[in-house]
Design a protein around this ligand. Structure first.
Ligand SMILES: *Cc1c(COP(=O)(O)O)cnc(C)c1O
Length: 370
């Protein structure tokens, strides 16, 4: 093995980071346990795939793979701007909203700057801030949900960013319109310079009537960023495309550090087609809600509590070590996320699959928990 003489030259701020551990790939699990069928319920992907129209769009865009993509995403930009009724220059596109999270940390965070988020939430906020040498402060949950009041109390003169996932991953909880508006009023009193990032990756799955319409709050709040993705309800996780909506001034800075060709031809074409098929999104939403309710009721009959969810997954208390449950389910061909990965040792996070997948899963977990 090579001995790295330059080890000490690595950027110090990345030393505390650990590589992201994704949900286990299906083929891996098939090979390890010699299984023919494996169902992945670990990464909140859409079990119905994506809109039929996406396939044709991607096939057509194959003609252009020798060419660099349009870095400006002009067609997709125009479609998204019109769909959400926002100016085209308030948009930024990324290889998934993950990329935009790290871009935001890059443009705002200098060493020793602070950002705040919840203790049990999407791990990329902490990773992005830490990588830039910033300090991430995490606030304990309140009934498995974001505690916005406690977040306000963590603000210091060094606070630059606040990351809020709504609905939250991995707990599926949400905060409503009134709570969000009150929060923004208070933030603007403390310091209107603090940028609040609302990560709404699961917005298309929300059913709650009092869920915030964050995009419409942007006019009065130039310091907010809304993140959306094509990875979840739109079913394009494998193509990597997401976007942010924010003030032009923030977009201008993001454009300076954005990789020039960060969203591929195929991803742009797919997203354009996916956005046009709202029927598919609505159907996915309806089926998810119905089957999530069904699953939650079955869990309740087994005596298991699930955190009420507005997303496409359930965080369920299995009242025993989640890593053991995870291992046993995997042997049966079901990949889930152990809550231990998020600091919830006795919970599992289960992506809601099709009715057939859920019935199969419920039969197996009954055995596992016996
Ligand atoms: C899945 C997810 C994302 C982003 O996914 P991309 O595929 O990078 O767009 C962002 N935030 C949360 C909370 C998520 O769960």
């Amino acid at each position: 093995m090579l001995d790295f003489k330059f080890k000490e030259n690595f950027r110090k701020s990345i030393q505390p980071l650990k590589p992201y551990i994704p949900g286990r790939p299906i083929d891996d699990v098939k090979a390890e346990y010699q299984l023919e069928n494996v169902v992945k319920l670990a990464s909140n992907e859409n079990p119905y795939g994506c809109s039929q129209s996406v396939k044709a769009a991607v096939l057509a865009s194959l003609a252009d793979v020798a060419l660099y993509p349009d870095g400006y995403c002009a067609k997709l930009r125009a479609a998204v701007a019109s769909f959400y009724d926002v100016p085209a220059d308030n948009l930024v596109f990324g290889a998934g909203s993950d990329e935009i999270i790290s871009m935001l940390a890059k443009i705002f965070i200098e060493p020793a700057d602070e950002a705040i988020t919840a203790q049990i939430t999407f791990p990329q906020y902490a990773a992005a801030v830490t990588a830039m040498g910033g300090i991430i402060k995490t606030v304990p949950m309140h009934n498995h949900a974001y505690n916005l009041t406690a977040i306000l109390q963590e603000i210091t003169p060094k606070t630059k960013l606040i990351f809020l996932a709504n609905p939250n991953n991995p707990t599926g909880t949400y905060f409503g319109k009134q709570e969000q508006t009150d929060f923004l009023v208070k933030i603007n009193k403390i310091s209107p310079k603090i940028v609040v990032i609302f990560d709404e990756a699961y917005k298309e799955y929300v059913s709650a009537n009092d869920f915030p319409e964050t995009i419409s709050q942007m006019a009065e709040n130039p310091n907010i960023v809304v993140l959306r993705t094509f990875s979840k309800a739109y079913g394009l996780a494998g193509l990597r495309v997401g976007f942010g909506i924010c003030h032009k001034t923030i977009v201008e800075q993001l454009e300076k550090i954005r990789q020039p060709f960060n969203v591929t031809n195929l991803a742009q074409a797919a997203a354009l087609a996916a956005l046009a098929d709202q029927n598919f999104v609505q159907k996915s939403h309806q089926l998810n809600r119905q089957i999530m309710q069904y699953t939650e009721e079955k869990f309740a009959k087994m005596g298991l509590f699930s955190v009420p969810s507005q997303a496409n997954f359930l965080m369920t208390d299995v009242a025993r070590d989640s890593l053991t449950v995870f291992e046993k389910l995997m042997q049966k061909g079901y990949i889930i996320r152990p809550g231990a990965a998020f600091g919830m040792e006795k919970f599992i996070r289960l992506t809601i699959g099709t009715e057939q997948e859920m019935n199969g899963f419920l039969a197996e977990i009954k055995e596992v928990l016996k």
